[in-house]
Design a protein around this ligand. Structure first.
Ligand SMILES: Cc1cc2nc3c(=O)[nH]c(=O)nc-3n(C[C@H](O)[C@H](O)[C@H](O)COP(=O)(O)OP(=O)(O)OC[C@H]3O[C@@H](n4cnc5c(N)ncnc54)[C@H](O)[C@@H]3O)c2cc1C
Length: 397
């Protein structure tokens, strides 16, 4: 640089370039093709990407350095999500890194940290969430799965439902009832249960999109070492809420929505140039602009939420507002894509989605994604429940 060259005003230019090059060189093209076409990302794809990130020292952008995290600042954390999403790299698997990992760091014993955190970081151990039960979804504190002390073990009996990824998980972080005395929240504890323990049965739940996400998990006389209790017995509700606030604040969501908005814009451009153009292009364009403005707003909200999380001041209402807004926005965006594509796609929704014969790749992507996104306003707590959390936080209702 000569003395006349203005200094680079963006201190993150080199970092951006490093991320771009990494995504370009280390994420296999077949993985990118799966992500680009919105196909289901399975354990194998998540694992491949996590191993690459781990080898580069980027296994846990959201963890502190002492546990193998990157120590990145707010801007770097967002840039990582944004640039990897733009490059069609898979997101990182959230149940370990985003959910139970921080809970173990905060509430776990040293032995639990040493046993579980390294395997989350390198992607070798895979977690699922055993919270919901029949009769205990929105009203989670009504859960009934019981854990009774017997020597150095708890003996667990009950049923979980809607357990995502249980069919491919090694471990389940599980809310159990250790006491029926007092307030229903008071008798709940958090146990870490190996899925290979005798007495666990996983049954798939068929869903409208024909992807295998969710399961019923039956627990019959399942023995779990007391050493796998997180925090104090009866104080699992504290861990559960700590975890839910982080579940609702998923840093990868907004950049992935931005990528979807780009794809929808591309689709609209392609249709405008073809004979299949819908007569109501201007209406679709207006809806797309509004959704794009929503993505920009969500980005600002996410940045402020991550900052609060880093400072330990994150309010439950902020992560709930973000979850509410982003899940509804994702449904709007895929709805616009559908309307751009035209009425023949809507007809595919009522046909079975396994009957793919004759469909173009675009048809398959749109139909699966549209159907899967219906669950976005339910999983992780319904939109109504998010509104209740926001109201409680803001108005003390
Ligand atoms: C794809 C998918 C993946 C999931 N993955 C997991 C997982 O991995 N682990 C896990 O533990 N759970 C998981 N869930 C479960 C999810 O958290 C629950 O489905 C959700 O919390 C709603 O609970 P519910 O299904 O029992 O519905 P209910 O609680 O019975 O709700 C039914 C309806 O009543 C409304 N409602 C209920 N209470 C109120 C209220 N107080 N005020 C206003 N409206 C109310 C709800 O908004 C909803 O519309 C998943 C769900 C889906 C769809």
């Amino acid at each position: 640089m000569t003395s006349n060259t203005p200094p680079d005003s963006d201190p993150y230019t080199a970092f951006r370039e490093e991320l771009r090059q990494f995504a370009e060189q280390h994420c296999p093209p077949e993985l990118k093709a799966i992500v680009r076409s919105n196909q289901k990302v399975t354990r194998n794809e998540y694992r491949i990407w996590q191993e690459k990130l781990f080898a580069r020292g980027w296994g846990a952008p959201n963890w502190p350095v002492e546990h193998g995290g990157t120590g990145w600042d707010l801007q770097q954390r967002y840039l990582f999500e944004e640039i990897t999403a733009q490059a069609d790299c898979p997101p990182q698997y959230h149940h370990g890194l985003g959910h139970i990992g921080p809970v173990i760091m905060h509430f776990g014993t040293e032995a639990q940290k040493a046993r579980f955190l390294p395997r989350i970081l390198d992607g070798s151990e895979w977690w699922c969430q055993g919270y919901s039960e029949p009769g205990a979804g929105s009203d989670l504190a009504s859960l009934k799965t019981s854990a009774v002390r017997d020597g150095d073990d708890y003996v667990v009996n009950g049923q979980k439902v809607w357990t995502s990824h249980a069919q491919e998980a090694d471990m389940m972080y599980t809310l159990v009832r250790t006491s029926s005395e007092g307030r229903k929240q008071a008798g709940i504890s958090l146990l870490l249960i190996p899925m290979s323990t005798p007495g666990i049965e996983v049954r798939p739940i068929p869903t409208i999109d024909h992807w295998h996400h969710v399961n019923e998990v039956f627990l019959h006389e399942v023995r779990v070492p007391c050493a796998n209790l997180v925090g104090t017995e009866g104080e699992g509700w504290k861990c559960a809420k700590f975890l839910l606030d982080r579940e609702r604040l998923s840093p990868s969501t907004v950049p992935r929505l931005a990528r979807l908005a780009d794809q929808v814009a591309e689709l609209l451009r392609a249709r405008r140039g073809s004979n299949e153009a819908s007569p109501s292009q201007h209406v679709l364009l207006e809806r797309l602009y509004l959704a794009q403005a929503g993505v920009m707003g969500a980005r600002e909200m996410l940045l402020s939420a991550i900052q609060e999380e880093m400072q330990g001041t994150l309010a439950a209402s902020k992560s709930s507002a973000l979850k509410l807004f982003c899940s509804e926005l994702s449904q709007q965006l895929i709805g616009i894509a559908f309307d751009i594509a035209g009425p023949q796609y809507a007809a595919r929704l009522v046909a079975t989605v396994t009957d793919d014969a004759g469909d173009t790749e675009l048809q398959r992507e749109l139909v699966h994604t549209y159907l899967f996104y219906r669950s976005r306003t339910i999983a992780g707590g319904t939109s109504e429940v998010q509104k209740n959390v926001i109201a409680r936080d803001l108005f003390g209702a």
